[in-house]
Design a protein around this ligand. Structure first.
Ligand code: SAM
Length: 359
């Protein structure tokens, strides 16, 4: 007899769970369609229309009507868009537009929805890694960097000036007077470029080991005509610089390192006396039982399995995972020899902690 057969079987529990699974098939499909609606501009177009026909929506978004019709089928059955069968017109309610279009400002939930197809895109490689070990490297994710940049525009850029920089006492004044800064794991460079724009007397560098991301960052800086920022393809695990910077930032970077302890030690070494390390990392606890009621716990462990943990394992790394958590982060920061650690929660960014520490 199997373990399942030996348990007392609660038929109503099985029925309820089956119902939930059916709902998940629908909701998971909807996540993909919301991502598509975001990327194609269909959602944005609908936010600008009243009750509209398929052709009106297709015209407004510049999309093929046949695709728009089928997409609308999912959006209507999924309860996102309203449909009037008599007039054959569709409508995105203002209350929904306020959550999944630009009307949501920096809380647009269609933006993180794009991670669902990004994560699904490496499923076959992940199955292989589950069976044989190792991991899926960054290079296998076709759209990770643009989606990440979109997401961190909401968590980092949106709060940089009024929330993140003011969270570090005296940093604004030091940046105004002119200091040397590096953003490690800078991705597409949006944060470094924005800081360079805000503080023309300071000098900014961005390091990332993905050439695609560095090229995008360089192109953006060039197109904006910003000259006090530069970007280098660098593995931050191999950084060997001593007392070169006054500020190091790492936005959502440390937990997916192959050698997180080594990177923290490198950061400490590259800071000048009085220097600051500002590390943004995922708001979670180090223990599963403390994350059970986490608002986006399932999402975080899924991102971890399909990206953050596996990219680290792909480099023979520690595989800390997205939910390495505050307890382990603070322990590793202490072990790296930083002092004066303050861990802050900032209102604009419900997804992350901000660890502020000194040399
Ligand atoms: C989760 S993304 C965050 C990107 C960016 N900081 C942001 O907030 O949008 C992590 C970034 O770190 C980079 N990265 C990871 N490990 C690295 C390493 N050892 N050296 C340099 N860059 C690394 C990745 O290429 C990726 O761009």
């Amino acid at each position: 007899m199997s373990a399942v057969q030996q348990q007392q079987f609660d038929a109503s529990r099985a029925e309820a769970f089956g119902g939930r699974m059916v709902g998940i098939v629908n909701d998971a499909s909807l996540a993909l369609m919301i991502s598509l609606g975001h990327r194609t501009g269909a959602l944005e177009a609908m936010a600008g229309l009243d009750w509209a026909s398929i052709d009106m929506i297709a015209d407004a978004s510049g999309l093929h009507a046949r695709y728009v019709r089928e997409w609308l089928g999912a959006m209507v059955t999924g309860g996102v868009v309203e449909f009037d069968p008599e007039t054959q017109r569709y409508h995105l309610p203002a209350e929904h537009a306020a959550v999944i279009t630009s009307h949501a400002g920096s809380h647009n939930l269609a933006v993180p929805m794009q991670f669902i197809p990004v994560m699904g895109s490496v499923e076959t490689l992940l199955v292989d890694a589950f069976r044989h070990g190792g991991g899926v490297p960054y290079s296998e994710f076709e759209r990770f960097h643009p989606v990440m940049a979109d997401f961190s525009d909401q968590t980092v850029l949106a709060g940089l000036e009024n929330s993140i920089i003011p969270a570090v006492p005296g940093l604004h004044e030091r940046l105004q007077s002119g200091i040397d800064c590096v953003d490690i794991g800078c991705g597409s460079g949006h944060a470094a470029i924005r800081m360079a724009e805000l503080y023309p007397n300071s000098r900014f560098t961005g390091y990332d080991f993905e050439e695609r991301a560095v090229n995008a960052a360089r192109e953006l800086a060039r197109s904006r005509g910003i000259s006090n920022v530069s970007f280098e393809v660098r593995d931050v695990a191999a950084m060997d610089e001593t007392e070169r910077f006054d500020l190091v930032t790492a936005f959502d970077v440390i937990h997916d390192q192959a050698d997180p302890a080594g990177v923290l030690a490198n950061v400490r070494r590259m800071l000048r006396s009085g220097g600051v390390f500002l590390m943004q990392d995922i708001k979670a606890c180090s223990h599963l039982h403390d994350n059970i009621d986490h608002m986006v716990g399932t999402f975080l462990y899924t991102v971890s399995t399909t990206h953050c943990m596996t990219v680290s394992l792909a480099n023979g790394g520690a595989g800390l995972g997205t939910c390495w958590g505050r307890e382990l982060a603070e322990q590793m920061i202490g072990e790296a020899g930083f002092s004066g650690l303050e861990t802050k929660e900032l209102a604009h960014d419900p997804f992350n902690y901000y660890y502020i520490m000194h040399v």
